[in-house]
Write a protein of this length. Structure first.
Length: 342
């Protein structure tokens, strides 16, 4: 169901829903809305929408920026940090698109940046309803120094084919089929995601892939090898902008939530250790093995694609990729989009 706070009754979303013939209900506050992943709640509440992605201490982080226009996700991945971070299950959407546009343009005046919407939500899961790709893409097309990323576990890419793909990245989080089935509830299947990526690449979009989080299980090698082979069969190397890789990590409280909600989860079958930033990770030897395996398999097929680690120690970079990217702005200069401006 769709609910709109009366304070947002003049928003663009009302026009979209009316034109599409969608049923919605006006409410006085969020308290009137059932806190369910199946509900969308449009609000005019104030927010600072564009900000730098939070870093973690002691581990290398890039200089990515995020747009937090939507908070919440209809998918239900066992490992999702939003279970601990957000105080609601419903999908909360801010209506102040004018301010969002102003903040993006303001950011563009400060330099070269990568920007995306996948921090607190799935970028495309509800694009057929909210039509946010229609909002973001024309803005980015007019800003040559901003690269915008739609990050998703869906195959909901239909509206993207109405737009100019310039400076737009469409990316997918990937895991083996058995992990998708067991841990990534209500998401598109692996084949659906890769087919959607192939269609986007054929249309002219640059695509990206996130092997994040890597999850260890008995068939780890076979499973991830199969994913990489499928990518190689369907996606041209020249269409791939980057691939990120990192192992499962989490704040300590998340595992209690997993035990309560997903008692058969693969995540409960591994041992973890508290690391330098206070997060729990696989033991170092296993983390290194997992990363090394996936890097080596990708390099067999795509030797030129830019690979990077998300929130990994500089020693991991040196051992597996042969260099230390540095922090934030220094890290960012390694990305293909940024290199065009050097």
């Amino acid at each position: 169901m769709i609910y709109i706070d009366k304070s947002a009754r003049e928003s663009r979303f009302v026009d979209i829903f009316e034109n599409d013939g969608r049923t919605f209900t006006f409410v006085n506050s969020r308290e009137e809305v059932e806190d369910s992943k199946n509900n969308i709640y449009i609000t005019s509440g104030y927010n600072t929408f564009v900000h730098r992605c939070p870093a973690t201490t002691s581990y290398r982080c890039c200089n990515y920026y995020v747009v937090d226009l939507v908070e919440g996700c209809p998918f239900d991945c066992t490992y999702c940090i939003l279970q601990e971070y957000l105080n609601h299950n419903l999908v909360k959407v801010h209506s102040d698109l004018k301010r969002v546009k102003e903040e993006i343009i303001s950011l563009s005046k400060k330099g070269v940046f990568r920007l995306g919407t996948g921090e607190l939500s799935d970028s495309l899961a509800y694009d057929h309803i909210l039509k946010l790709s229609d909002f973001f893409i024309p803005i980015i097309n007019n800003l040559e120094n901003i690269q915008f990323e739609f990050k998703t576990k869906s195959a909901n890419v239909g509206r993207l084919f109405n737009h100019n793909p310039e400076n737009i990245i469409v990316s997918w989080s990937l895991n083996p089929k058995e992990i998708v089935a067991a841990e990534e509830h209500y998401t598109a299947g692996l084949d659906e995601r890769i087919d959607a990526a192939a269609n986007c690449a054929e249309y002219g979009y640059k695509v990206g892939f996130h092997f994040d989080p890597l999850i260890y299980y008995n068939n780890f090698e076979t499973g991830y090898e199969a994913v990489i082979e499928k990518l190689f069969e369907k996606i041209p190397e020249q269409s791939v902008e980057y691939i990120s890789i990192s192992t499962f990590r989490f704040i300590p409280g998340l595992l209690d939530t997993v035990r309560e909600k997903f008692e058969s989860s693969q995540l409960l079958k591994s041992d973890y250790v508290k690391t330098l930033d206070g997060k729990m990770r696989y033991f170092k030897s296993l983390r290194h093995y997992m990363l090394r395996y996936v890097v080596s398999r990708i390099r067999e097929y795509w030797p030129q694609v830019f690979l990077y680690f998300c929130m990994e120690h500089e020693s991991v970079w040196k051992n597996l990729l042969g260099y230390d990217p540095g922090e934030r702005e220094s890290f960012e200069k390694n990305f293909p989009f940024y290199r065009k401006f050097l």
